[in-house]
Ligand binder design. Structure first.
Ligand SMILES: [Zn+2]
Ligand SMILES: [Zn+2]
Length: 584
């Protein structure tokens, strides 16, 4: 299958769906739609990177659409989550197309673009969700769906070749606290009129039975945990979850506590939220420096870092390294969040730190402190009953989730269900839905966000870095004359590899082997006639080039010889570099 390349010429006038990221994973959503040679991108997100030294974030490989960027009409963002808009600042320069978001989405994105000095560069347009966005041949209507952030917009992408409902992340929640209730009626009407050809839909909770619980139910539960407590209370949650922060703030107010926000991203969200018309209730926020003026039972801290992030506020509180917020024995930290797969280790370390300090910990495992922002099976089923699409293409889930979602869509009566992969283009055929099918692959993959550079995760740099992490590096350098006689001592520097300080003998053996090697090499090249390498040069005419070539060959064979020796001492292979300075 992977060998089948997408033949774009053949499918020039077909409606295609092509995810470059987010199809077999939760994160890095980058979706493309194609028709009549034109492209539309929906979302541009990042994902967490694991086990890659120095790289915490990844983006999708967008080299395919970069080649077609002159036909890319724009990037439409469904909502503010990092897995949907977190890569704009990294990838936009390669695409240079307009970006569309809701008012809140644009306000949020702008603060991030300011950090990267891109706020004046990127053409960022605020959509009017009551007016279709016309990017011919795509006409996009916006349908509000509830999620754990406000202004999540599903897109109805209308074309002359059929219409696609791209759901984004959603749930059906009668009481979302902040943001809109899902516009089910709009979807029902479209379904009744048979207008939805395909649904491209969230699979995050496709393995969860029943219906997701409502955000509105959390207030009573959280209040019962905080009420009457004399200790300091902290609640850590996702910094983007305005509804949750709103609920926690209400609990604080109703329990007579002032609210302290701990963590940069919470302050940013609070500012952007206010600017966008949220946080209108009168909550009493105070700064962390003012804590000292109040007793413990008068304070509730909302902190970042519910995923165990090492630099975030909750970790600082747990390790007692926060400058102003001090938790002690008997205080309480509530994790109003879920454990995102992959973050278990960091989160359990955090639980452990808190437990060592006798701080009480409550999580969703033992108390009702969190609800998901994604649809469980009953909601997915309801979505298919409302939309009644001819085709379903589940995305936003690991393979296991999208597989379960496919099965659910089949049992919900969808005639054509397609399990997608990153880089796989699917033809959506509205006249003959059964004919909708995968038609070929384009290049896909991952790039790691490494400081200011984006690195291909299959690149030499990443391979070398992993090697260094695994076994360190040894540098060997010395000077020779053109007869390969040593002019300096042999320097051996081991960084994060072998402990030569405690094993002088090993160091001496290496140095001795190097001098023997050099003598033998000189004999082999017959350099002792007095002419040295210069003699070889004269013979070959290409002077310094030839000399450099011989030296680099000697470096190479010395490298592999020394590496074998080091491997005997270490029992593993570090990186090893040899630098020979030729002094004429
Ligand atoms: Zn998402
Ligand atoms: Zn989301």
């Amino acid at each position: 299958m992977k060998t089948m390349d997408l033949n774009l010429k053949k499918h020039f006038s077909d409606l295609l769906f092509l995810p470059l990221g987010g199809a077999n994973e939760i994160g890095m959503n980058v979706n493309l739609y194609h028709l009549d040679g034109k492209w539309l991108m929906v979302d541009c997100g990042v994902g967490f990177a694991y086990d890659i030294p120095g790289v915490d974030m990844m983006t999708a490989d967008i080299s395919f659409i970069k080649k077609h960027r002159h036909n890319l009409l724009g990037i439409v963002l469904t909502h503010i989550h990092e897995d949907h808009m977190g890569a704009v600042q990294y990838l936009w320069e390669e695409l240079q197309v307009p970006v569309y978001a809701t008012n809140f989405g644009a306000n949020f994105l702008r603060t991030k673009l300011e950090e990267y000095k891109l706020d004046k560069v990127i053409p960022l347009h605020v959509i009017n969700s009551n007016k279709p966005l016309d990017l011919h041949p795509f006409k996009i209507e916006f349908i509000g769906l509830t999620h754990s952030v406000p202004e999540m917009k599903a897109l109805l992408i209308r074309t002359h070749r059929g219409n696609v409902l791209h759901t984004g992340d959603w749930k059906f929640d009668p009481d979302p606290v902040v943001g809109e209730v899902s516009e089910k009626e709009k979807i029902r009407e479209l379904g009744d009129r048979g207008e939805i050809t395909a649904v491209v839909c969230d699979s995050t909770n496709a393995l969860s039975e029943g219906h997701s619980r409502s955000e509105g139910e959390l207030y009573d539960s959280l209040k019962s945990l905080v009420e009457g407590r004399q200790s300091l209370v902290g609640v850590t949650t996702f910094a983007s979850n305005i509804a949750r922060i709103h609920t926690i703030a209400r609990v604080a107010r109703d329990c007579g506590r002032k609210i302290v926000l701990a963590g940069f991203s919470l302050h940013r969200l609070h500012e952007v939220g206010k600017k966008s018309g949220f946080f209108t209730e009168n909550f009493e926020f105070i700064s962390d420096r003012e804590i000292k003026f109040f007793s413990k039972k008068e304070i509730l801290v909302i902190s970042t870092g519910c995923q165990g992030e090492p630099m975030a506020a909750t970790r600082k509180i747990a390790t007692d390294s926060h400058p102003t917020i001090k938790f002690t024995r008997g205080d309480l930290m509530i994790f109003s969040s879920k454990i995102i797969p992959g973050n278990e280790k960091k989160i359990f370390e955090l639980f452990d730190e808190l437990a060592k300090k006798q701080i009480d910990v409550m999580t969703e495992k033992d108390h009702f402190v969190h609800v998901s922002g994604h649809p469980s099976k009953d909601e997915l089923n309801e979505m298919y009953q409302l939309a009644r699409p001819k085709i379903a293409i589940p995305v936003h889930g690991e393979f296991l989730h999208t597989k379960a979602h496919c099965e659910l869509a089949v049992s919900a009566g969808v005639g054509r269900v397609i399990q997608i992969e990153n880089g796989l283009a699917v033809k959506i055929d509205h006249e003959d839905p059964a004919n909708s099918a995968p038609i070929g692959f384009v290049k896909s993959g991952y790039f790691g966000v490494d400081g200011k550079q984006l690195l291909d995760l299959n690149s030499e740099v990443i391979r070398e870095r992993k090697k260094l992490q695994n076994a360190g590096i040894i540098f060997i350098s010395f000077a020779v004359n053109d007869s390969l006689a040593l002019l300096s001592k042999i320097n051996v520097a081991a960084v994060g590899s072998y402990d030569f300080k405690s094993d002088h003998e090993a160091l001496e053996i290496i140095k001795k082997e190097i001098s023997i090697f050099l003598k033998n090499k000189a004999k082999e090249l017959d350099l002792n006639s007095g002419f040295g390498l210069r003699f070889l040069k004269k013979k070959k005419k290409k002077k310094s080039l030839q000399e450099t070539k011989i030296i680099s060959e000697i470096e190479k064979s010395l490298r592999s010889k020394t590496l074998k020796l080091v491997e005997e001492f270490m029992g593993k292979r570090p990186a090893l570099e040899v630098a020979i300075h030729l002094v004429n």
